[in-house]
Design a protein around this ligand. Structure first.
Ligand code: SF4
Length: 73
């Protein structure tokens, strides 16, 4: 797994607990703040990758859960 911003900082930036869908996601799972200066810096610093995103939402959630556990304070 590559070095990535901690999921804890993402939770703070989006004001949501772990495992809760970001309120900025639209119905197609796209960020409503993409390209908007209000998008949290931690989100912009986390580039998408096939490793992280996988081919399905379920694959992404497995990876993100592992990332959260690996970067927990
Ligand atoms: S990139 Fe957008 S949808 Fe994803 S966590 Fe950040 S603000 Fe939420």
């Amino acid at each position: 797994m590559n070095a990535q911003p901690s999921v804890a900082s993402l939770k703070v930036a989006t004001a949501k607990p772990a495992g809760v869908r970001c309120p900025q996601l639209d119905e197609a799972d796209r960020c409503r703040l993409f390209g908007d200066p209000r998008r949290p810096a931690v989100c912009s610093s986390l580039p998408p990758s096939l490793e992280m995103c996988g081919q399905t939402r379920q694959q992404a959630m497995v990876w993100l859960t592992a990332l959260e556990q690996a970067t927990a304070p």
